[in-house]
Design a binder for this molecule. Structure first.
Ligand SMILES: CC(C)(COP(=O)(O)OP(=O)(O)OC[C@H]1O[C@@H](n2cnc3c(N)ncnc32)[C@H](O)[C@@H]1OP(=O)(O)O)[C@@H](O)C(=O)NCCC(=O)NCCS
Length: 379
């Protein structure tokens, strides 16, 4: 008999032991302030045999930062695997997320079938692109160079605001708020360069014992600022063999950087679950200019039964809400609901996958499907 219950401080030794076995490392950050996370453990007759942790994050959807539970460190003792322990942890965690007001949950999955079985679905990725420094030489514009300078402590509030202004336009990005994110830590990196007038910044560190530069963020308000930051990366030619950047700012990635035909992208898929459907609809932003509509949905969700049943999604005078009732015109599983909310799949494709049944083109208009979420922080 397996019981899942809240993590208590006296469980720490068991959790650290299990993490070491599962992931091959200790977990020094298990001591981070309790306000930033909560945990669930599973017990069988022999004691604690499984655990997970959920971080308190906020993630942008439609320009609004939505409370999100970032699930990590899902671990089951080897002797207890294959008996539903991880499933029990996930089901318990859904109850806690709902109680905490974490209306959606995302995670980086080493074992996607486990999370799909409990309603998470792949919706995007953290992408890291590796390029030779010479690839950045093609962005400079002839004429006056745009001056860069080192960031100072007094710049940090504006640096964070610049990050927020751009990140809020990219669904899936974290708002990096709260005690988990200390903006002053950015100054411990090798370089944080800003464009005069705080029109852009680039943070990076040389990777120890490697001819690699890791760029953490490269963000710009305008094209000249973006070009200046990218062109500065070309100056690493001869010093490093490769520059690794996390994909994020659409101006930098899609419009300024000339990606060579052959390059390597590391993709870490991210999966999303809708924890509380009505609250998740209310919490996020929706595209401007949507026509008024009402679509009746019938949701199957055995692990979060409060989401299950018939609902009407109503968009009226620029506001979107979920009401109980309707005739269930479009049927969706929990996985389909996640993919739809993120815009990661069209309703037609969800039908083809056997995850939805029924058509309503306005659902795709509302979710702006098909597209992919981006995130630039791992956990
Ligand atoms: C992955 C892990 C947590 C699964 O724990 P578990 O208690 O054995 O999982 P459950 O018995 O609850 O499995 C539920 C479903 O998940 C899926 N699943 C379980 N382990 C899986 C694995 N290693 N890979 C892919 N899918 C898996 C199966 O679909 C399973 O359903 P089934 O038994 O009907 O086929 C456990 O093997 C573990 O601790 N592994 C090492 C750490 C790890 O990889 N953690 C995940 C990080 S994202």
């Amino acid at each position: 008999m397996v019981i899942a219950r809240p993590f208590r401080p006296e469980d720490e030794a068991d959790v650290v032991r299990m993490r070491k076995v599962a992931f091959g490392n200790q977990s020094p950050d298990w001591a981070t302030p309790a306000s930033t996370w909560w945990g669930v453990v599973a017990e069988d007759g022999d004691g604690v045999c499984g655990s997970l942790r959920a971080w308190n994050y906020r993630q942008f959807f439609g320009g609004v930062a939505v409370p999100m539970a970032g699930v990590a460190s899902v671990t089951v003792d080897p002797h207890a695997r294959g008996r539903g322990v991880a499933g029990a942890l996930l089901v318990k965690s859904l109850e806690r997320m709902r109680a905490e007001g974490q209306v959606v949950s995302t995670l980086f999955a080493a074992t996607p079938p486990l999370y799909r079985a409990y309603g998470w679905e792949r919706v995007g990725a953290l992408e890291t692109v590796t390029l030779p420094p010479a690839a950045f030489g093609w962005v400079a514009k002839p004429g006056e160079p745009t001056p860069l300078r080192r960031a100072r402590e007094a710049d940090l509030a504006e640096v964070h605001q610049l990050y927020l202004d751009i990140a809020s336009t990219v669904d899936g990005m974290l708002d990096r708020s709260g005690p988990l994110f200390d903006i002053t830590k950015i100054l411990t990196l090798d370089t944080v360069d800003v464009v005069d007038g705080l029109r852009g910044f680039c943070s990076s560190s040389r990777r120890p014992h490697s001819e690699t530069l890791d760029v953490y963020d490269i963000v710009a308000r305008d094209a000249d600022a973006g070009r200046a930051l990218l062109a500065a990366l070309a100056t690493w030619s001869g010093q490093v063999d490769q520059i690794c950047l996390r994909r994020f700012d659409p101006l930098i990635w899609d419009l300024l950087l000339s990606l060579p035909g052959h390059h390597t992208t590391a993709v870490e898929p991210i999966m999303l679950r809708i924890v509380d459907f009505a609250a998740a609809v209310a919490a996020r932003g929706w595209p401007e200019g949507l026509p008024d509509f009402a679509v009746d949905l019938d949701i199957a969700d055995e692990h979060a039964p409060w989401n299950a049943g018939k609902h009407r999604l109503v968009h009226e005078s620029g506001k979107t809400r979920l009401e109980a009732g309707g005739d269930g015109e479009v049927r969706m599983t929990a996985r389909a609901l996640a993919a739809w909310y993120a815009g990661a799949a069209t309703i037609a494709d969800l039908n083809r996958a056997g995850l939805a049944d029924g058509r309503a083109p306005l659902l795709d208009l509302a979710s702006r499907a098909p597209r992919r979420l981006s995130i630039a922080d791992s956990y």
